[in-house]
Write a protein that binds this ligand. Sequence first.
Ligand code: T46
Length: 143
Amino acid sequence: MINTKLISFRDICDPSRKQYFGHLTPIECGQEIPFEVHRIYYIYGVDQEARRGYHSHQDLEQVLICLGGSVKILIKTPDEEQVVQLDDPTKGLYIGPMIWREMFDFSQHATLLVLASKHYNEKDYIRDYARYEQEAKQYFQKG
Ligand code: T46
């Protein structure tokens, strides 16, 4: 979908020792992450019935990684929508500007890590869907 993509990270593990040695996944800016990371946050302890998000960003780029458990992400523009299930710590969902997102169906103990291209700025959020639809139509027409 436009302004979004699934990114794969490396999974370093020694199959002969897998049972007790586990996995290591490195992530480097400029390699797997297509922007400089200026902020990191994580979301956890969410009830299964809860639904978060309901907004878009005007300028922010982010990569969402579910480190444990699973969560579904609805990504949406005025023209298309898709639900992506994140349940693998070697996969990240890149979400660029002007994509509406909602996070739902958090499993017990789900932990969603987010790498963001900018510091927190409430002015960058569009939390009203009618405003989002209007501005996104203009944004994607120009693009
Ligand atoms: C997004 C999705 C995936 C801060 O003070 N600093 C921060 O860095 C963030 C992210 C949030 N906050 C405050 C703002 C609100 O008072 O934390 C409160 C909860 O934020 P919000 O309702 O925006 O949370 P979500 O889960 O709906 O959305 C978050 C991010 O805000 C958003 O950028 O893309 O996760």
